[in-house]
Every structure is written in structure tokens, then in C-alpha cells.
Design a protein around this ligand. Structure first.
Ligand code: ZN
Length: 150
């Protein structure tokens, strides 16, 4: 095994297939396992600055895969992986979290499935955390949790 080759060197030499399996190994054995507070910059393929890896012929976003492994599936279809360090190439599991996509529309619109998610999340998360995740006011979250509908 060539563990040392997965350390990030900027560029990795080898055939396309070697690169693919190395990228996959990096994802499974480094990105999803290393507990470090430093940034882990994805040294393989990117699509518009976003780290990608090919699994079973399908191209997937590395940050999505890491987020799902660390935090579980996205709490809503409107979540996207973001990192506390704001580096789009960082795949450090300690840095990644699900973030609400701000579509520019009204952020106070909360549909039925969001309400269910918020109630579910309230068992394990604080109202402040939930408000941040969904891009909502704290008062909106507490109104939902108190069962008041509008
Ligand atoms: Zn980072």
C-alpha cells in the first residue's frame, strides 16, 4: 500500500485508472477518517473548483460524500456542503457541514417537510443550530417547535 502517496503533493502522476483508485482510497482512508483541525485539500479531480471522485463510473462530489458519512444524509434537499474554513477544495471532515442554500427568495417560507425535519432535529440539535441550518430566524424555529402554524 502506498499511503504516503496520498499525502497531498499538488499533482499526482500515474495513469487515469491509478488516479481514480487513489482518489477513492484518499476519500475512504483519509478524508473520511482523519480527525484533524487542519484543512485537507483534495489533490485529485475538480469540477468547477469542487472536488469530485468517480465511484462505479459515476462522478460524485467529495464534500457531499464526506458530509453524508460524518453528519448523515442532508437534512433537506436545500442543503449543500460547506466548510468552516471557506476553502471550496477542503474535504476535512471536521470542517464540513450541511448548509442551507440561499436561493435569494423568501427565507421565511417553510414547507411541511421542513417542519417535520425541524421537529426531528430538535431532539438532537439546539434551536440556534437549526435556525442556522435552515437560514431561519430563531423565532420562526421556536414557533414551529411550539406547534403554531401560520
Ligand atoms: Zn478546511
Amino acid at each position: 500500500m502506498h499511503y504516503q502517496r496520498w499525502r497531498y503533493h499538488g499533482s499526482v502522476h500515474g495513469s487515469a485508472n491509478t488516479k481514480k483508485s487513489e482518489a477513492l482510497a484518499f476519500l475512504r482512508d483519509v478524508a473520511m477518517k482523519v480527525e484533524a483541525d487542519v484543512c485537507l485539500i483534495w489533490p485529485y479531480a475538480h469540477n468547477k473548483d469542487r472536488p469530485v471522485v468517480t465511484i462505479d463510473g459515476k462522478s460524485i462530489y467529495v464534500r457531499v460524500a464526506v458530509c453524508e458519512a460524518v453528519h448523515g444524509p442532508s437534512p433537506s434537499a436545500r442543503q449543500t456542503p460547506d466548510s468552516v474554513c471557506k476553502n471550496p477544495k477542503c474535504v476535512s471532515k471536521r470542517h464540513l457541514f450541511w448548509k442551507q442554500i440561499h436561493t435569494g427568495g423568501s427565507m421565511t417560507k417553510v414547507d411541511g417537510s421542513d417542519r417535520r425535519q425541524i421537529r426531528k432535529l430538535s431532539k438532537t440539535k439546539t434551536q440556534t443550530e437549526i435556525a442556522e441550518w435552515f437560514g431561519l430566524d430563531h423565532s420562526t424555529v421556536s414557533r414551529i417547535l411550539n406547534g403554531k402554524r401560520r
